[in-house]
Design a protein. Structure first.
Length: 58
């Protein structure tokens, strides 16, 4: 079964410290990418709504 507890994994410990920080520069870059993508999706939705609501453009 998929949810069985495997006794071989009981002694496995994470190799990365839980208090390890993350790269702030990478986070800032990824946030700018996600914001850019969200802006594109928003613009696409607004254009689609404009076209769908105007019978002359259909």
């Amino acid at each position: 079964m998929a949810n069985q507890v495997d006794p071989r994994l009981a002694s496995v410990r994470p190799t990365v410290d839980a208090s390890a920080g993350y790269d702030e520069g990478l986070r800032a870059y990824m946030m700018s990418v996600y914001n850019y993508m969200a802006s594109g999706v928003l613009l696409t939705g607004l254009v689609a709504m404009l076209i769908a609501s105007n019978p002359a453009l259909l």
